[in-house]
Design a binder for this molecule. Structure first.
Ligand SMILES: *Cc1c(COP(=O)(O)O)cnc(C)c1O
Length: 427
């Protein structure tokens, strides 16, 4: 496959954009290739600058669950654009989307719109701190919650309980308020809470961890966290930026029956436009400015284009049978990929929750980041390149989930399985 134009664009981009990209994972660095520059997309396919087409399982990293350029969403955006791109004043559309979100997530009594998932988690944490009057937060190793300072923190080595920054520019003094535990490890979490009694404002987690592949919560993990938080006056912040409207219309909370005090949303609720949201219990949300003393704001928050796209997206997802369709397509693809992997010269492990999935290049099962880190990333990179060359666009990293959309056809799925069988054999 010829990627000459993409490579030329990448060379140019590197001149004026750091690393040539506006978000690091797009650079294909972890698979050692030049990124594709995309010209357009339609349904299940994306088309690059060289005119190649690919069956797309990235879906803009999650939002495009109804496929690219769904006519209803295109129409909603066009209509909204014609009546004004932004007013900096409230609109009826914000109420409409807020009501739809609140109906889907009964624990979201009030919700505030922002412009990205990062803003949602950052604001939820400030709110949790303001509400509880506590400074520390607890997160899990391998969970990604956007790039706010206090969330770019990993577990320190050995017995260290205080986090260390994973990025330059994050003061150690900030990071020390972020505790980290291993995902799915309730015992370790309980111990940390006991060691920091009365000091933790919130526990934040991805209810299905999709930023280290696809790791489901083990039975009892979410329930245990819920109990622990309630007992200790800690707010449970469930980051459903990826899983919300993805693993069920009501997200992982509906699927697993555990509810957070605060919930973060993003990706799908914008229908492909830049959106985030955070919401939860009324008494907590009322601590936000202008009602309360926790400041939070945004020039483009509740943007009319984004609200319109979000409303149109949720209307599509509410249609009868949408999630059954996603489940059916995903389980068919997963079964095919497992079969195909049988011809690989080593063991792999496919993990899936609804329309998100990951083939780990390790035996598995993967319950935590430490498990995921055992993957043979060099083999994944070769697999990725072999798939791309056959017109299959997977996320360019072992530690990302693949996403199914309703636009993927039976032919797409069969072509993907065939390509995977060839790729596994060629490894
Ligand atoms: C993508 C993601 C974010 C960050 O959202 P952005 O819109 O990229 O800022 C936060 N949390 C989770 C779980 C995500 O998957």
């Amino acid at each position: 496959m010829n990627h000459q134009k993409s490579s030329e664009l990448f060379a140019k981009a590197k001149d004026v954009i750091p690393g040539g990209v506006n978000s690091p994972v797009r650079a294909f660095k972890s698979v050692g290739l030049d990124p594709l520059f995309i010209e357009r997309a339609q349904g299940s396919k994306i088309f690059d600058a060289d005119g190649n087409s690919y069956i797309d399982y990235v879906g803009s990293w999650g939002p495009m669950i109804m496929g690219h350029c769904h006519p209803k969403i295109v129409e909603a955006i066009q209509k909204a654009a014609a009546s004004g791109a932004s007013f900096g004043a409230p609109t009826a559309r914000e109420i409409e989307l807020a009501e739809m979100v609140s109906q889907a997530y009964p624990n979201i009594e009030k919700v505030r719109m922002v412009s990205s998932g990062t803003e949602a988690t950052m604001s939820a944490i400030r709110l949790a701190r303001g509400f509880t009057g506590r400074d520390k937060i607890l997160k899990f190793d391998g969970c990604y919650h956007g790039h706010a300072d206090s969330l770019l923190v990993k577990a320190g080595s050995g017995a260290a309980t205080f986090g260390v920054p994973t990025s330059l520019g994050v003061p150690a003094d900030f990071a020390k308020y972020t505790l980290t535990a291993a995902y799915n490890d309730l015992e370790e979490t309980r111990k940390m809470v006991a060691d920091n009694k009365g000091e933790i404002a919130c526990i934040i987690l991805e209810p299905v961890a999709g930023n280290m592949g696809c790791v489901a919560p083990r039975p009892g993990f979410l329930e245990g966290l819920r109990e622990l938080c309630t007992a200790e006056g800690i707010l449970l912040v469930i980051d459903e930026v990826m899983t919300g409207f993805r693993v069920a219309y009501g997200g992982a909370q509906e699927r697993f029956g555990v509810r957070g005090d605060l919930v973060c949303l993003g990706k799908i609720i914008g229908g492909g436009l830049p959106v985030g949201a955070f919401g939860g219990r009324r008494d907590i949300m009322d601590c936000l400015s202008p009602e309360g003393g926790v400041y939070q704001a945004g020039t483009l928050s509740g943007n009319p284009l984004a609200m319109s796209a979000g409303i149109a997206a949720l209307q599509l997802l509410r249609e009868e049978g949408f999630y059954e369709l996603i489940e059916q397509k995903s389980s068919y693809l997963a079964a095919g990929l497992v079969d195909a992997a049988g011809s690989a010269p080593f063991k792999t492990c496919l993990q899936r929750v609804g329309g998100m999935f990951c083939t780990y290049f390790t035996e598995g099962p993967v319950y935590s980041f430490a498990d995921a880190a055992k993957s043979d990333t060099a083999a994944f990179s070769r697999f990725f390149a072999l798939m791309l060359d056959q017109g299959i666009n997977l996320a360019p990293s072992q530690f990302e989930a693949g996403f199914m959309s309703s636009a993927h056809s039976q032919e797409d799925l069969d072509r993907t399985i065939e390509a995977a069988a060839k790729a596994f054999k060629a490894l």
